[in-house]
Write a protein that binds this ligand. Structure first.
Ligand code: FE
Length: 343
């Protein structure tokens, strides 16, 4: 029995969603910026376990957030799922989320991986780290994010645009760790080391490092893990030719920058009990393992092994600053990136 109804954002009006969700046994309406395949099987399992009708609307993160804002109190959505703490913060600031707690959530999701005021919780973790071409770069010369501003890397680094939330969140974490002034001067040195103007997405950049277009880039771990798992030999070749380096791992250093995919209860939620049960379900042992596996991400719950695709990367020390800070520092991060000329 298929208890979950799915639809693409493009086709569905809010009123259709409401009517299809009007089932006596209880329902739950989800707006998800995660692709259907990366979330739907877990929602299916939840729907069956609790006999809840789940309606899933998937779409682009910014489009879904705009829609939530537009719909306001009339929104049929109970839950918003998206990636990056910076985006979750935007949703909180926009007033489309409300705080919630359960008996278990605070215990199983580490403090730094949920909103300080419980507006959202991380569901999976990714690290944004250094990738390099070992034919061009001696691993022993790599050390920290901060070191990427050193003149020894002149003309060797390529990155994606500063409009991308992942880079904004990384810079926000550096503001938290090092302060505004140090971060601006880091950015100025870092930008000077670019081999060309920012371009592409993380996968394009990993390809560029593999092809020798540049020697070093920053990317999220799941993109690299995905290349290693690909059916396409060309992807696996990129995976072989590019190496991952965990930055800021030495004693006294803060660790690699991590971020989350996460979930929040909408301000308009009508099915609050079902929302709480869903978030507890998604943070139980089995769901965490499945969700991390299918997304090539790290679980947020401690004591669960990372998926096989990430195990070759080994263990690492993660920065444990509160991810709330990534949102709080976002505006300043964008301003400093702009000032430093990161296009
Ligand atoms: Fe991504």
């Amino acid at each position: 029995m298929n208890t979950i109804s799915r639809t693409s954002l493009l086709w569905l009006s809010a009123s259709m969603l409401v009517s299809s969700a009007a089932v006596a046994s209880g329902s739950l309406n989800i707006y998800s910026a995660r692709q259907e395949a990366l979330i739907a099987p877990a929602l299916d399992a939840y729907a069956k376990k609790y006999r809840v009708t789940v309606n899933l609307v998937t779409g682009d993160a910014d489009t879904l957030l705009s829609r939530l804002k537009l719909e306001g109190e009339a929104s049929p959505a109970d839950v918003f799922i998206t990636v990056d703490a910076g985006r979750l913060y935007r949703a909180k600031e926009a007033g489309v989320l409300q705080p919630f707690e359960t008996n278990t959530l605070d215990e199983v999701v580490p403090d730094h991986l949920h909103d300080r005021e419980h507006y959202w919780y991380g569901l999976s973790q990714r690290a944004r780290v250094i990738f390099y071409n070992p034919k061009k770069v001696n691993q022993a010369d790599l050390s920290t994010y901060e070191d990427l501003a050193d003149t020894k890397w002149k003309g060797q680094i390529c990155v994606r645009s500063s409009s991308n939330i992942y880079n904004q969140s990384l810079v926000a974490s550096m503001i938290e760790a090092n302060g505004e002034e140090a971060t601006l001067s880091w950015l100025q040195g870092f930008v000077k080391n670019f081999s060309r103007p920012p371009f592409g997405g993380d996968t394009d950049l990993l390809n560029a490092v593999s092809a020798g277009v540049c020697n070093i880039t920053l990317a999220n771990t799941y993109y690299y893990g995905r290349l290693g798992q690909s059916d396409d030999a060309a992807d696996r070749k990129v995976y072989e030719q590019v190496k991952l380096f965990w930055p800021n791992q030495q004693e006294g250093e803060r660790g690699a920058h991590v971020n989350v995919s996460g979930i929040g209860m909408t301000a308009s939620a009508k099915n609050k009990r079902n929302v709480r049960r869903l978030v507890e379900f998604l943070t139980d042992h089995e769901s965490q393992q499945w969700y991390a596996d299918i997304n090539n991400e790290y679980p947020v719950v401690e004591g669960i092994a990372p998926p096989k695709s990430l195990q070759p990367f080994g263990e690492f020390k993660a920065d444990t600053i509160s991810l709330s800070a990534l949102g709080e520092n976002n505006r300043l991060a964008v301003e400093l990136m702009d000032k430093a000329g990161w296009k």
